[in-house]
Design a protein around this ligand. Structure first.
Ligand code: HEM
Length: 233
């Protein structure tokens, strides 16, 4: 196993770890958004999707533990790389391009840590029902419930009807947008895509993908806040 830790500790190994874990987390964020968009299709759609996930039992737990491991590896590697960069370059950059790259990676660290705060709050809110327990406690009829009477649709709608919650969720999407944007661009760099023709295309594609994901999440929060999605009567 030492070759694996040696690889992880190397500069290229750290970059590869960031790229692989980043792509997996990106896949999760896309899948999560696609599932959550079922909110727009009504209580039956999102609750039966949540039930389908929940019915996977041990498999769901394997996926959750895998997700946590990937998330932790992404964060720990980011902190290690950022420390190594600081140690390697205690004096300021002379070239503006290198300085910009350094600022982008520093902003990645801060946006990433802000996202960590968001995810912790989000889990306390929707997965553990600690914050706003009254939303988590909403019950549906057995025919439409996700599991044990749990009503995901009613929980999300009741939450985003609270302006401060909906606006906070929407505001965090700007951080998610910036993080995904830089993440996708540095992923392309790690793959070694450096070409006068492809680099502008990759930049545009990164903006499009990051905006679609952050925009999709904003759409969910605001469509409830603006009354376009309502709870069951
Ligand atoms: C408007 C946007 C969002 C909505 C409506 C939403 C909704 C939900 C709900 C209802 C759950 C609970 C699922 C369950 O316990 O079975 C959940 C879990 C989760 N969400 Fe979100 N989410 C949103 C955005 C995000 C974003 C942007 C991220 C990550 C950056 C994220 C990460 C997670 C994670 C890691 C879990 C735990 C998954 C699990 O328990 O298996 N969510 N979300």
């Amino acid at each position: 196993m030492t070759w694996l830790t040696d690889f992880w500790r190397s500069s290229i190994g750290g970059k590869v770890t960031m790229a692989v874990t980043g792509v997996l987390l990106f896949g999760f964020v896309v899948a999560h958004l696609l599932g959550n968009l079922l909110l727009l299709a009504g209580p039956d759609a999102i609750n039966s999707y949540a039930k389908w996930l929940h019915d996977k039992g041990p498999l769901l737990w394997v996926a959750r533990i895998g997700l946590i491991a990937i998330f932790l590896l992404h964060i720990v590697t980011a902190i290690r790389l950022s420390r190594a960069n600081k140690v390697a370059r205690p004096v300021a950059y002379a070239k503006e391009a290198t300085m910009q790259a350094s600022m982008a990676s520093r902003s990645m660290l801060w946006s990433g840590l802000s996202l960590l705060v968001f995810v912790v709050y989000h889990l306390l809110h929707f997965t553990f029902g600690v914050t706003n327990a009254e939303h988590f406690a909403k019950k549906a009829a057995p025919s439409t419930a996700a599991w044990n009477g749990h009503d995901v649709h009613a929980m999300v709608v009741a939450s985003f009807q609270v302006p401060v919650i909906a606006i906070a969720y929407a505001a965090f999407q700007l951080v998610l947008f910036l993080h995904l944007l830089h993440g996708l661009q540095s992923f392309a760099q790690t793959l070694g895509v450096h070409h006068a023709r492809y680099t502008p295309m990759i930049k545009k594609l990164s903006v499009l993908l990051a905006a679609a994901i952050a925009g999709g999440n904003v759409l969910l929060a605001l469509s409830v806040l603006l009354g376009l999605v309502k709870g069951a009567a």
